[in-house]
Design a protein around this ligand. Sequence first.
Ligand code: PBG
Length: 325
Amino acid sequence: MIRIRPRRLRISQSVRDMTSETRLTSSMLVYPVFIREGHNIIEDIPAMPGQKRYSPDTLPRILEHAAKNQIGAVLFFGIPEHKDENGTSAYDDNGVIQNAIRISKREFPDLTVIGDVCMCEYTSHGHCGLIRHNDVDNDSTLELLARIAVSQANAGADIVAPSAMMDGQVKAIRDALDDSGLTDTLIFSYAVKYASAFYGPFREAAGSAPSFGDRKTYQMNPKNIREALREALLDVEEGADMLMVKPALPYLDVLKSVKERVLVPVGAYCVSGEYSMMKAAAQNGWLDEKRIVCESAFSIARAGADIIITYHALDLAEWIHNGEI
Ligand code: PBG
């Protein structure tokens, strides 16, 4: 007799679990956290229900959950009080993100900390680099990104994640870290970052919307995939230890192709707009939040992500630990 369906479709839950092709662990999850200057602050982010901005002193309250659920890492975004054209508070050794990193490392030494290395949260114009002639100037920005990375690593960041999309940023940062004796600091490069409308809620959260123009001159065109592969290979050559594809769900084809071509771990960032869409539908009772979040995370893992950066990381980790998924 010819069996036309695999027999395991009709088997028990435990065998189905044993034979499943994709698994999620809390150690593969990264939780992004927004930290603003000030004291005693925990404030809502209206476009991202459930996510908050913390001042460095209240940060341990959320990190405690991350540590307890043994998630892979936290990813810090700093929101400074003072912004200027050159984003100087980004590399201030007493800046908001540097202080947050120190507090995190003091309170939870085993929790891996990733620092987002960019300028858009720190510049008055909201662009990811220095402005010359009304556009972002790639080469003069490199030096500043390197300074930011070194100051974060000196504060204790285990990993730095350059997200400015400047050409040569990984090499500039690697050289600067090595010159400062920070040879053990890893680089998680946002190698494949599309110019995406899905970053909308993040820009509200971090106050980083560009005051003129857009980011299309340095972020990637959603119509292209080969360009993404070139960027990924170049970043590995420049010394990236891990690569990121961003956003996640609309770019699973890109994620899969990158994963097939590189030999470093690949992460996918399920960005603010992806989170807010799911949250909004769930809050309206249109979709079951837990089920769509799990299904999405499994899809991202199935497409090849070794690491998933998601605002749902703490929820997912809790569900994993409770044996619910
Ligand atoms: C830029 C940066 C952005 C995000 C992460 N790093 C925003 C942007 O490029 O405008 C977006 C993350 C998200 O939407 O969750 N430093």
